[in-house]
Design a protein around this ligand. Sequence first.
Ligand SMILES: Cc1cc2nc3c(=O)[nH]c(=O)nc-3n(C[C@H](O)[C@H](O)[C@H](O)COP(=O)(O)OP(=O)(O)OC[C@H]3O[C@@H](n4cnc5c(N)ncnc54)[C@H](O)[C@@H]3O)c2cc1C
Length: 414
Amino acid sequence: MREIDINQLRQEVNRCFLCKKPRCKANCPIETPIPDIIELYKSGEIEKAGEILFNNNPLSAVCGVICPHEDQCLGNCIKGIKDKPIKFHELETYISGEYLKSAKFKQETKLEDRIAIVGSGPAGITLAFILAKRGYKITIFEKNSEIGGVLRYGIPDFRLSREVLDNIEERLLDLNVKIRYNALVGPVLTLDKLLEDGYKAIFIGTGVWNPKPLRIKGESLGHVNYAINYLKSPKSFRLGEKVVIIGAGNVAMDAARTAKYHGAKEVKVVYRKDFEHMTATNAEIEDAKEEGVQFELFKAPVEIVDEGVIFVDTKFIEEDGKTKMVNIEGSEKLMEADSVIIAVSQSPKNNIVSNTENLETNKHGLLVIDDIGHTTREGVFACGDVVTGARTVVEAVAHGKRVADAIDEYCKGK
Ligand SMILES: Cc1cc2nc3c(=O)[nH]c(=O)nc-3n(C[C@H](O)[C@H](O)[C@H](O)COP(=O)(O)OP(=O)(O)OC[C@H]3O[C@@H](n4cnc5c(N)ncnc54)[C@H](O)[C@@H]3O)c2cc1C
């Protein structure tokens, strides 16, 4: 995580054109009012700027750090055409981080209705803040011992400080939000039980915590791990010196960098296509390279063995006017590894679905919702990764805001 230099921030905001039609805002999934915030900062109204950022995005302090800025505000800054783009996200991180530390939240209105929030990731936190501020009695059920979801149990702390999550928790408690830790909803605490106990609405924001398998021989061997399991508690793992990571999204980059951080000498990210097709951002790839992570491209895994992974070379071909990826027959070769980490996406667990009637999922196990976030079960709403599949924090928050409004209207009987 890069330290923010306040003097540099001042210089940075003075470079902003304060565009009338800001492309940075238009390309932000949550439409952060960037020029307004810069103007407030310049006039010293930092607390007000913090409040606006928070009300627009309760996870602004997180998004400032980990959003894929190169595809959003940074990558669309007009200044970036001829010069360096404005690093608004650094200003956002600073203002929102300070705001979360010192904001005095209080539940002004107190309503009788109870709402259950299942899962304390970005989606659940967003709904908890919005609905608690509107006066609802909120209980968060979280299966882990701390809140944050992927923010705490996926993204390494060298990328996102845990202090910001602790401050979020404090602010939730200020709003009388009750948090039940180590509380898995599904098998024992069923949705039916919550409804029976008087929760007027239930929100499900349980994310995607089942690793997608490669479905190749050797995947269950002792030196093979799935990235999301590894990232949950990297200290528990003894990976050895040579680590092969299969996959090339942000989860793979986090696993590779974490393995390096924890002492692996040689970490190789192996991917079946080229850099351009990787879903990790350029910034993440560059950070991994800087830290000594190596990349092996155009290789697909065929089998995992005790000594490592057998990969086959791949190439693009043109067929029927379409570009296809094919394996090059006979090119199979062993890449030695002490440990193998598989990072090829995730799908939802079915703890809740398998214990609830009339809660529909699609063929990928993702919850089916209507336009406003209502599932097929009356009074049960959902959003975030459990609905969309693995995406980004800001998308979970943006969707969460709309679902919070829908729950509010539902509870008021509109
Ligand atoms: C390693 C990794 C790195 C990432 N890096 C980035 C990044 O840099 N930038 C970015 O924007 N996005 C990133 N993402 C994606 C982003 O974190 C997710 O899109 C986002 O966290 C989704 O939020 P969510 O609230 O839907 O789910 P989650 O964050 O997964 O939270 C779900 C919560 O529900 C809890 N839960 C699950 N089942 C139950 C149950 N039955 N009962 C009670 N609690 C339950 C879980 O413990 C968890 O706390 C990354 C993802 C991973 C895995």
